[in-house]
Write a protein that binds this ligand. Structure first.
Ligand code: CA
Length: 418
C-alpha cells in the first residue's frame, strides 16, 4: 500500500504525500513571500512549522523569499526535512492533526500567490531530444543533414538568460526584432512566436571552479525539477542563430512552474533512456537509469475559446541525453555551477506527430496549421493565446505532479526599439 496522509488527496491530484514539492508563496493576510510545500489543495507554511519548532531544530531559511538558502543547506538537510514533513502528514500522533495548529499553518491553495521559487544565477538550455533536433534539422537543412555531426556525441547547449525567467502566470509580450524572410532585414514584431515544452532542473549543490562534476555524482548536485516553457521567436531565430546559436529569439521570456519537485520524489520514476549509439565518451557514460517517466501535455486557448485544447502529449523519457549527462558535460571544462542555477533540457518531442513539443514541429513550420475546436487555426501563436504545460508521474494510486506553467501572449509593446 502506498503511504497515505490524514489529509484527503484525490488520486489524480498532482500533490500526493509522495510528492511534497517546494515553492515560495504569499497570501493577502501575510504578503511576505516564504517557503511552503503542498499536499492536495493545502499549502503548508514551512516558516510557521519552523516557528512552531516542529522540525526538531530551527531552519530559519524557510522564512526566505527564495529556496536558495534551503538548497545550500545540502542534500542531508533536504532529506531530513522531507522525511520530517512526510511524518508530520502521516503519523497518527502528528501535531498537525490538531485543528488549532492546522488553522495556523495550513493555507487553502486557492488563497495563495506563488512567486519565482529560486534566485537564478545562470540559465543554460540544452537541445537533448533527438526527435526535436531531427525535426528542426530536416526543416532547416534537409533530411540528409538533419543531425549535425556533433549531436550524437555531446549534449548540445547554450548559455541562456536568467534575468528573464518568469513565474507561471506572467504575461509575455510578443518580441520585436530583426527578421529577414526575403534576404534584407526588417524590424518587426515577431510573426512566428512559439513555445518549447521543456523540463528545467535546479542546481542545489555547486562545484568549485576547475573541479568538474562527474557523471556518477551529478544527480547529487540537483535539487529538483520544474516545467519550463522556453518561448521562442522563430523568425528572429532563423536570421540570427548562425554561427553562435540563439540570442534575442529566446531572451525575452522563459516561464517556469512554481513548485520544484525534488529528485527524491522523482526517484521511483527513473527509467532507461533511449539506447545511445554511438556510445558516448567515458565522461558521459554511466550504467544507471537516468531517464524520467514524466507525462507531459501542452494546451492552447485562444482569446475566443471557452476552454483549452490539448495540442501535444509527450514524455520526458524520450530525451536522448539525460540530465546527469548534461551536468557532467556542462562542467567537464571545470565550469562552476552555483546553487540556484537553472538548466533546461531543450524541447521534449516524442516520436509521433501529436507528441511534438513546439508549434514549429506541430505545424511543420506552418505547413500544417493546427485546427482549434472553434474553427480558428494556428501556425504560430497569436496575441491573446494562452499556452499551458502540465506534467506528472503516475504512481500506484497516486501522482507526483508539477502543477502547471502557463502564460498568455500580449501584443508587442509600442515600437521603441529604433
Ligand atoms: Ca529551448
Amino acid at each position: 500500500m502506498p503511504l497515505k496522509s490524514f489529509i484527503e488527496v484525490h488520486p489524480e491530484s498532482d500533490f500526493s504525500i509522495q510528492n511534497l514539492p517546494y515553492g515560495v508563496f504569499s497570501t493577502k493576510v501575510n504578503p511576505n513571500p516564504r517557503v511552503g510545500t503542498r499536499i492536495g489543495d493545502v499549502v503548508i507554511d514551512l516558516a510557521l512549522l519552523d516557528e512552531e519548532n516542529l522540525f526538531g531544530k530551527r531552519h530559519v531559511f524557510f522564512a526566505d523569499s527564495t529556496l536558495n538558502r534551503f538548497m545550500s543547506a545540502g542534500r542531508g538537510t533536504w532529506r531530513e526535512i522531507r522525511q520530517r514533513v512526510t511524518g508530520l502528514l502521516s503519523s497518527d500522533n502528528s501535531p498537525l492533526k490538531n485543528e488549532a495548529m492546522q488553522s495556523r499553518v495550513f493555507v487553502p491553495a486557492e488563497e495563495i500567490q506563488m512567486h519565482l521559487p529560486v534566485a537564478i544565477g545562470d540559465y543554460t538550455d540544452f537541445y537533448a531530444s533527438r526527435e526535436h533536433a531531427t525535426n528542426v534539422g530536416i526543416m532547416f537543412r534537409g533530411k540528409e543533414n538533419a543531425l549535425l555531426p556533433n549531436w550524437l556525441h555531446l549534449p548540445v547547449g547554450y548559455h541562456g538568460r536568467a534575468s528573464s525567467v518568469v513565474i507561471s502566470g506572467t504575461d509575455v509580450h510578443r518580441p520585436r526584432g530583426q527578421v529577414a524572410l526575403h534576404g534584407a532585414p526588417e524590424f518587426v514584431a515577431s510573426r512566428s512566436l512559439d513555445f518549447e515544452l521543456e523540463i528545467g532542473f535546479f542546481i542545489g549543490a555547486g562545484n568549485n571552479l576547475g573541479e568538474p562534476i562527474s557523471i556518477e555524482n551529478a544527480r547529487e548536485h540537483i535539487f529538483g525539477m520544474a516545467l519550463l516553457n522556453d518561448w521562442s521567436a522563430r523568425d528572429i531565430q532563423a536570421w540570427e542563430y548562425q554561427p553562435l546559436g540563439p540570442f534575442l529569439a529566446k531572451n525575452f521570456a522563459t516561464s517556469i512552474s512554481p513548485w520544484v519537485v525534488t529528485m527524491d520524489a522523482l526517484g521511483p520514476f527513473r527509467v532507461d533512456g533511449p539506447k545511445q549509439d554511438p556510445a558516448p565518451l567515458s565522461y558521459l557514460t554511466t550504467d544507471s537509469a537516468n531517464g524520467y517517466d514524466i507525462k507531459l501535455e501542452v494546451t492552447l486557448q485562444s482569446a475566443a475559446m471557452d476552454a483549452a485544447q490539448t495540442i501535444s502529449r509527450s514524455n520526458m523519457k524520450y530525451l536522448y541525453w539525460s540530465i546527469v549527462q548534461m551536468l557532467a558535460h556542462h562542467t567537464v571544462t571545470g565550469c562552476n555551477m552555483r546553487v540556484g542555477d537553472l538548466c533546461g533540457t531543450g524541447t521534449i518531442s516524442g516520436p509521433t506527430e501529436d507528441s511534438y513539443g513546439s508549434m514549429l514541429e506541430l505545424t511543420w513550420r506552418g505547413e500544417k496549421p493546427i485546427a482549434l475546436p472553434n474553427g480558428e487555426t494556428r501556425k504560430f501563436l497569436q496575441d491573446g493565446d494562452t499556452v499551458t504545460m502540465k506534467g506528472y508521474c503516475q504512481g500506484d494510486g497516486y501522482r507526483i505532479g508539477f502543477g502547471e506553467v502557463t502564460g498568455k501572449i500580449l501584443p508587442a509593446l509600442a515600437d521603441r526599439g529604433r
